[in-house]
Write a protein of this length. Structure first.
Lengths: 1187, 331
């Protein structure tokens, strides 16, 4: 009996790769990161490979770096691998040529992903893999989790035997993240497949001074060509070698694979050829069609390169008439995509010797960026093949109304698999729904003979996101590599989703509906919207409900309802007898939480026990009673594009959009988050004017720009809604009639409560209350919306009259960044928002890939916005690694435009009477008022230009706005600035050009799940630093100061908001490169982020985050350029560190290491203070320092 | 001169016990206390609330951000195994300290729930502690909870621990019972071997700048000795258990008074925090000098000599100070 495990594709691969390699060089990139993380975890637990050693897992600064390290380790004789995807794979190309050119056995495991083109996508297709076809790597494709597990081994064995490096790939997310029950390989299988003689041969080829050789020569026209051809025989031999390894594998495990596997009837006339997870859906559909007597078949391509022509032809049925070759990639401008090319070339090259008449071959594209690929689409392709003139180079799964490539398919067709149970669950990100479902699959996988599959879909926001879990169970292996189309069971874990979405659309007749409802039993039915009631009645659903949050609270589980809802699922789905199911859940709890402490196990057990008492079936009336319609997903004054396109995406209907509706060059409107009104906060801030001291700290801290303040004339109150709060404005610059108000966009608030924690004013009669307090959102919603709308109608304060350097006054500036999808309490966005307030109307932003590019630019809605004048930040994301260079490009272009404008201005001067040309060219633009004046001059200029004929005037009219100072910002996280983008960042710092770099330093790769970066603090647990980071963080600021002409600030808004504000202003004013490194608290630190600013202060007070500003302008003025904004270590490092799980968990795992980390950190804190005070003194006394 | 005395069922070489405090939170600290002359050491307290809190907290923060975004399915490896929670660490420390000491080592448990007490009490016994001290601190803030109900909670907790424990048990008494003597009797009837008079709850203060309430450690002085003396004197010989003076013993004079009022031992904490472990030697020297000067042969000889049963002025213990002052005024 084989040993069955329930794992996802990434784990399935890591389990094998870690066992058969000695060195693993990695770099995080979705969706491949978990392979590296699993490997790191195995090594940190001391798990050994089959050679007896613990593999060395090493995180590099980029995929380019990882591939270089792989190359080096391979050249030094170690069996070495790496894991990557997408742009990461592209960064490996140079080394892939080297590795292949030197005939080096290795396997790169790739979770295949889209490439960033008109937009970035983290989801699955084959664009990345097809982008490295030319490197000389063999391409081997797995179609399922089982195959990914198996091919991880087969590819290694074949690479060793052939000396050709392999790229083993499988579909990102669909396979990498699908949880599936598979047969596990035993260590004996690994040992049998890995021929030690070949391992020794690999080692013997190592570079070693004991047997020195030389590689990497520079070759000339005389021999290079021959050298390139010298490897042909290895590629010629490879298919047979791989076939032999597959046969050997089959004899060991019983699982047989061929280079090309044919599925279908022997006399099939229509055949589909493809590779990847889509092949499983085709396999399933072919079985369905052949049962109906259709003459169809399919070929699963395993070895995509080198393309084994004879094996391919041999795999085709002799009866074949029509072939459709499907590529999950896109090559604009190419005749077709690569697999089609290979198939066509193969058949034409052998046309004289074909055992059948030359079939008709068409090619098509499908499934880009994990686009669904379903049986209905597959049937449409077979039907197209039978047409007299089938469409070639078609697309399937989209509606191409521009170039009409798409095939039409029957969207209503659903392929039912007998005996297969399908369940859908809708949860809120981090409410435990996905975790519970993963657990359920593992229980069913382990405890029943059923096969199990789980696939999880997340929406694009980091806060308040909806997760959808797709679970399938059945007696036969599950090949449905697409989302559930009709469900036996639907669990809605958040009743609020039903307000906007028709979630029972996919329920099967007679199915089960489970709702987590906060309402009393007698109100549950009445609270449902009309469409939900209709679905329940029409589909004859059995309807169960529970107040899971109540049960969770009572079991001390807080807001995690995973155990409660999982128990409900087992109780009513009937998959296992109830008693047995409960016992299995408890066993699984013990296994999952046993290592986390008895208290955790006990509270989960309590939740299981009390769930059943609270679960009830709702009696379904015969008729619909609700008049409640679904709420619109977008609200406000919508443009047609926002309504039709962004609205559809927001309503999870983006798949229905036609090609013509999508911007062809990736250009999207800004400022669309304002329409979403997500209402995700249970509690929102409520202003208490009586207690308020008008400091505006809450406005500054708000990560989501939902708290705003203004000062307005009391006369405007006449139009105010009843109860609109205000108080007399404080400050000598304001008059008797000036009123102060703080308003909250409660529909956009995430409820993080950071504002409450930063509020310094306490209620004098009740000190547990402040000037801003959290209150339940629902009762406030109506008045809150009304007040907010009135607030927006108040005139914006004059930017030029506000003191931007004053914390309070700066917060009257309107933000150009609002309502982002960042995590509740995000530590990055307050800085981003601050920059937008100060410079937003003349700002252009280059944003490195990472959290800030996701909350800044992930569809459907985006937070960068325009003001009433139509001005606002222009924003773009190029890549992860090139952001500094990308931003420098902005600067060079803007400078070029401005220079040209100035030249044209001089040229046209005689014709521009009345225009202040001298001032336009020379006027200072440091202060807002100066910039304002320049804008007015330019407006006069533009008006004058309208009246002048000629090319020069036309040119100048186009360029005139560049005469107003533009502010170039280069933003990104520490992963970019310290690691992958550091080379470029350093070059840009050295450029002397006027760019402003903002490093949002969370000290981990936050966006990809918390992998360590060179900014990670000593002692912090991060991915790839499972036991706590041992090394010291890089002092990027100090390195930048060394240039002397770079403005450098290290800031912490929570510790010193005034210094932070000054740093932004000084950096922007400085006519040269500036860098601000901003401490950004993050969910990856593991504490309640309402205390984010408090922790920021502790970080500074402990000395671990020194704050200072180095301003070269002062140096030029003969002043000391270094201002230190903190007093040195005031509290122990433990007082800061042990309030965060990332540090504290080390103590729970390894107290000796934890103690050593504390000592190192304390030492670092002292050293940093010494370093910067010494530097300051050095600037004080330059003569002494020189002597 | 014989300084020997009794604590629970243990024979001690002198009456000074180093009470639970930060000084007894490390092996080095415990060794210093022994070297300074302590006859026994009560290890720092294991707080049940803290154990539960830290376990739930780490679990919470590992999972609360997980599974919310396709790129960041987790931020921490959920597979990490934690085995150094306060409880595990405490038990290891007890084991190590026991192996390193030649004097008795007493575990100290500060908890809230009956279930939790039993689990950790047994673990402390298994780790090698010679005895266990229970510090039950419950502040009944509810208007609906009667004194009798609160007392019953204490009794149930002690009973559940007693049932599963083989080492002797000491109860740190709460000074706010309506009838401390009655409660002491109920505890003794459950099989405990000693009481400490009294526990020393944290002090409350208010920060006038931050406008917030503060919880401060209660560092006592000799001024706090009074109630200790009164209740040692009252309980002496009324119950078959030892009495430890837990509050206010700062000098050899305080110690002498505690012993004479009826205490078998005194547990020192505040004075040692103030002056260091080595101060035990100073107090012992003072004790010996006083006994020598006053020709006492043994500590046991003086225990309870000025208790309620043996004093020439029982009113000092029985009457409150107002009455006492009034009588003197009248006379």
């Amino acid at each position: 009996m084989p040993h069955m495990i329930t794992v996802d594709g990434n784990e399935a691969v890591a389990l094998v790769a870690h066992k058969i390699n000695e060195v693993i060089a990695i770099y995080p990139i979705t969706p491949s990161s978990p392979m590296g993380e699993f490997s790191d975890l195995y090594s940190s637990k001391g798990e050994r490979n089959i050679f007896g050693s613990v593999p060395e897992v090493y995180e590099m600064q980029s995929e380019g770096g990882a591939s270089g390290t792989v190359h080096g380790a391979l050249q030094s004789g170690a069996l070495t691998t790496t894991f990557t995807a997408s742009q990461g794979l592209l960064l490996m190309i140079p080394n892939m040529y080297k590795i292949a050119g030197e005939l080096t056995p290795t396997v790169f495991h790739v979770a295949a992903r889209s490439l960033a083109a008109q937009g970035l996508s983290i989801f699955g297709d084959h664009q990345d893999v097809m982008g490295v076809r030319q490197t000389g790597f063999a391409l081997l494709c797995s179609n399922s989790v089982q195959e990914a597990h198996d091919f991880a081994l087969i590819s290694q064995a074949a690479s060793l035997a052939s000396r050709v490096p392999f790229l083993h790939f499988f579909d990102g997310f669909r396979t990498s993240h699908e949880v599936s029950k598979i047969e596990a390989l035993e260590e004996a299988h690994l040992r049998a497949m890995i021929d030690m003689e070949l391992v020794h041969a690999h080692r013997r080829r190592a570079l070693t001074p004991d047997a020195p050789v030389l590689r990497g020569t520079a070759q000339n026209p005389d021999v290079y060509f021959q050298g390139r051809e010298s490897v042909n025989r290895y590629y010629d031999a490879l298919p047979k070698i791989l076939e032999a390894q597959m046969d050997k594998f089959a004899s060991l495990t019983g699982r047989a694979y061929k280079l090309f596997d044919y599925v279908g009837v022997e006399d099939a006339t229509e055949v589909i050829v493809l590779m990847g997870s889509g092949a499983e859906a085709v396999h399933e559909t072919v079985e369905y069609l052949t049962c109906k007597g259709e003459k169809v078949g399919m070929i699963k391509v395993r070895l995509a390169l080198p393309f084994a022509i004879d094996a391919f032809i041999a795999a085709l049925p002799r009866s074949v008439n029509n072939i459709a070759v499907l590529d999950r990639t896109k090559e604009s401008g190419s005749i077709a995509e690569p697999l089609y090319h290979d198939v066509v070339t193969a058949l034409f090259e052998r046309q004289s010797a074909l055992p059948f008449a030359m079939p008709r071959i068409i090619g098509g594209r499908y499934g880009l960026s994990s686009k669904e690929f379903t049986p209905a689409m597959i049937i449409a392709i077979f039907e197209e093949l039978r047409q007299a003139e089938p469409k070639n180079h078609f697309t399937i799964g989209i509606d191409d109304d521009v170039t009409f490539t798409s095939l039409v398919y029957d969207e209503g067709f659903i392929l039912h698999t007998e005996g297969q149970f399908e369940a859908l669950f809708f949860g809120l990100g981090s409410d435990g729904t996905v975790g519970a479902n993963k657990n359920s699959i593992k229980i069913i996988g382990a405890e029943t003979p059923n096969y199990a599959q789980g696939y999880f879909v997340y929406d694009s926001k980091k806060s308040g996101s909806m997760t959808t879990s797709h679970l399938r169970f059945g007696p036969k292996p599950i090949r449905s590599s697409y989302l559930i189309q009709e469900a036996d069971f639907i669990g809605v874990h958040q009743a609020v989703f039903l307000e906007k979405l028709d979630l029972l659309e996919l329920a099967k007749e007679g199915g089960v509906f489970l709702l987590n409802s906060p309402y009393p039993r007698e109100e549950v039915w009445a609270r449902l919207p009309r469409v939900t009631q209709e679905r329940i009645i029409e589909k004859k659903l059995r309807f169960y409900a529970i107040d899971a949050y109540k049960v969770a609270r009572e079991s001390q589980m807080g807001s995690r309802i995973n155990t409660v809802m999982q128990t409900c699922f087992f109780a009513i789905s009937g998959i296992l007898p109830q008693d047995e199911a409960i016992a299995k859940i408890k066993k699984s709890i013990q296994k999952s939480y046993g290592g986390k402490g008895e208290a955790v196990v006990a509270m989960n057990f309590a939740a299981v026990d009390t769930t059943l008492e609270n679960l009830y079936q709702v009696e379904v009336p015969l008729h619909v009673s609700s008049k409640e319609e679904l709420a619109p997903v977008l609200k406000g004054d919508l443009t047609p594009f926002v309504r039709d396109v962004i609205g559809a995406i927001t309503a999870f209907k983006g798949d229905s959009l036609k090609v013509s509706q999508i911007p062809d060059d990736g250009t999207w409107p800004t400022g669309t988050t304002q329409y979403e009104k997500r209402n995700i906060a249970q509690e929102v801030p409520l202003w208490d004017p009586d207690t308020c001291i008008q400091c505006n700290k809450c406005v500054m801290a708000c990560p989501h720009s939902v708290i705003r303040s203004t000062i307005f004339d009391a006369a405007l109150l006449e139009g105010a809604p009843e109860g609109f709060l205000s108080k007399k404005a404080k400050g000598k610059e304001y008059g008797e009639n000036d009123l102060f108000n703080i308003s909250v966009a409660i529909e956009d608030c995430t409820g993080c409560a950071l504002c409450v924690e930063v509020c310094p004013a306490k209620n004098k009669s009740q000190t547990n209350l402040k000037a801003i307090n959290m209150a339940p959102q629902l009762p406030l919603r109506e008045t809150g919306i009304r007040d907010w709308d009135f607030f927006l109608s108040l005139p914006a304060m004059d930017r030029a009259r506000l003191d931007h350097g004053d914390v309070k006054e700066s917060q009257f500036l309107e933000p150009y960044f609002e309502f982002s999808g960042a995590c509740p309490g995000c530590g990055e966005t307050p800085y981003v928002k601050l920059a937008s307030q100060l410079f937003g109307d003349r700002m252009v932003i280059a944003n490195a890939t990472g959290c800030s590019s996701i909350y800044g630019g992930n569809l459907p809605t985006t937070p960068w916005r325009k003001d009433a004048q139509g001005r606002g930040p222009a924003w773009s994301n190029s890549l992860f690694e090139d952001n500094a260079e990308f931003g420098l490009g902005f600067r060079l272009a803007i400078d070029s435009h401005a220079a040209q404008a100035k030249e044209l201005l001089q040229q046209l001067a005689p014709r521009l009477g009345g225009v202040e040309i001298g001032l336009i060219v020379n006027a200072p633009q440091r202060e807002e008022s100066e910039i304002n004046a320049q804008r007015q001059r330019v407006e006069v200029l533009k008006a004058a230009l309208q009246t002048i004929e000629g090319e020069a005037a036309k040119n100048l009219l186009e360029l005139a706005d560049y005469l107003v100072k533009k502010s170039v910002w280069i933003m990104g996280g520490d992963g970019w600035a310290y690691d992958i983008g550091y080379g470029g960042l350093d070059h840009v710092l050295a450029s002397g050009k006027n760019v402003n770099i903002l490093v949002l330093d969370t000290q981990v790769y936050s966006n990809t799940g918390g992998q360590q970066s060179k900014a990670t603090m000593t002692g912090a647990v991060a991915k790839f630093a499972a036991g706590g980071k041992a090394g010291m963080p890089k002092d990027l600021a100090s390195m930048a100061i060394n240039y002397e002409n770079v403005y450098v600030a290290k800031v912490s808004m929570g510790a010193n908001d005034k210094a932070t504000l000054r740093a932004f202003i000084e950096a922007e004013r400085y006519d040269g490169p500036s860098i601000i490194i901003a401490y950004s608290h993050c969910v990856a630190h593991g504490y309640d982020l309402r205390y984010g600013f408090d922790q920021q202060k502790r970080a500074v007070d402990s000395g671990l985050w020194p704050i200072f500003r180095y301003n070269p302008e002062k140096l030029a003025a003969g002043e000391n350029p270094l201002t230190i904004d903190y007093k040195g270590p005031k509290i122990g490092v433990k007082d800061y560190m042990y309030r965060e799980t990332r540090f504290k968990m080390v103590e729970k795992m390894n107290p000796q290491a934890a103690q050593a980390f504390l000592e190192t950190a304390a030492h670092t804190a002292q050293n940093l203070h010494k370093r910067y005070t010494n530097l300051q003194q050095q600037f004080n006394k330059p003569e002494e320092a020189q002597s | 001169m014989n300084l020997g005395t009794d604590f629970l069922t243990l024979k001690l070489k002198n009456p000074i016990i180093a009470g639970a405090s930060p000084l007894s939170s490390t092996l080095d600290g415990i060794k210093r206390l022994e070297d300074a002359g302590a006859a026994a050491v009560i290890a720092h307290s294991l707080f049940e609330e803290q154990i539960n809190h830290e376990q739930r907290q780490i679990d919470h923060f590992i999972h609360i951000t997980a599974e919310s975004h396709a790129e960041a399915i987790s931020y921490f490896q959920a597979e990490n195994r934690f085995d150094n929670f306060s409880a595990e660490r405490y038990l290891r420390e007890i084991e190590e300290a026991k192996a390193a000491l030649s004097i008795p080592l007493i575990g100290s448990l500060n908890g809230v729930s009956a279930g939790g007490w039993v689990q950790y009490a047994k673990a402390i016994e298994a780790a090698g502690a010679d005895a266990l001290e229970l510090n039950i601190t419950y502040i009944p803030t509810s208007m609906h909870l009667s004194g009798a109900e609160v007392e019953q909670m204490y009794v149930q907790t002690v009973a559940s621990v007693r049932e599963y424990l083989n080492i002797p048990l000491n109860i740190k008494m709460n000074a706010y019972f309506s009838s401390p003597a009655h409660m002491a009797r109920r505890f003794v009837e459950l099989g405990i071997a000693g009481v400490t008079i009294f526990d020393n709850p944290t002090r409350v203060d208010i920060d006038l700048e931050l406008l917030t309430a503060l919880r401060m450690p209660n560092i006592t002085t000799s001024q706090s000795l009074s109630e200790t003396l009164r209740w040692c004197a009252i309980l002496y010989r009324q119950l078959p258990c030892t009495i430890c003076a837990g509050t206010g013993v700062h000098t050899h004079e305080d110690l002498l008074k505690a012993l004479m009022s009826g205490a078998n031992t005194a547990a020192l904490a505040s004075v040692l925090l103030r002056h260091g472990a080595e101060h035990i030697g100073v107090i012992l020297q003072g004790l010996e000098a006083w006994m020598e000067a006053h020709e006492y042969e043994s500590v046991r000889q003086m225990i309870g000599s000025i208790s309620l049963a043996h004093t020439d002025n029982p009113a000092a213990f029985e009457r409150n100070s107002y009455m006492y002052a009034l009588q003197h005024y009248r006379s």
